[in-house]
Design a protein around this ligand. Structure first.
Ligand code: HEC
Length: 116
């Protein structure tokens, strides 16, 4: 093999080896999974779903109780929702103002789907 072919072969091998990595990243960015966001943001420290997590804050059936907008407000602006609903449970819910919009959408979609 001469040097030129060697370089070409290495370039091709790099593309082939990197391809699965690139497509995985693209898939992750394309459609975040609500359950993955819920886990990553540690919502289960204060809430439970399907019997897992903090039992004092069950979110099962929240899709029947609240609208998508209300759920979104809880995540973005919990202080206002706490005041509005006169929620007394402590510790108070923290806000997630820096959640990427796609993650927020996926999280809201997950919770809306939790109907009783
Ligand atoms: C530090 C504790 C804490 C964390 C962490 C937390 N929450 Fe909450 N959340 C609360 C409290 C307290 C309330 C008030 C209602 C209650 O008593 O459950 C609440 C209320 C809610 C409600 C309204 C529930 C209802 O039945 O009206 C939703 C929806 C919600 N949280 C979603 C989330 C999501 C999604 C996450 C993660 C991104 C999260 N919360 C993280 C404490 C927390």
């Amino acid at each position: 093999m001469n040097a030129n072919r060697n370089v070409r072969w290495m370039a091709m091998a790099t593309v082939i080896l990197a391809w699965p990595m690139l497509t995985t990243v693209a898939a992750a960015q394309g459609a975040p999974d609500g359950a993955a966001v819920y886990a990553a943001q540690k919502c289960s420290m204060c809430h439970s779903l399907d019997g897992k997590g903090m039992a004092k804050g069950p979110l099962d059936g929240v899709g029947t109780k609240l609208t998508a907008d209300e759920i979104r407000q809880w995540i973005v602006n919990p202080a206002e929702m706490t005041a509005k609903t006169k929620a007394t449970r402590k510790p108070l819910m923290r806000a997630y103002p820096n959640l990427p919009k796609a993650d927020l959408d996926a999280l809201v979609a997950l919770l809306v789907s939790k109907k009783k």
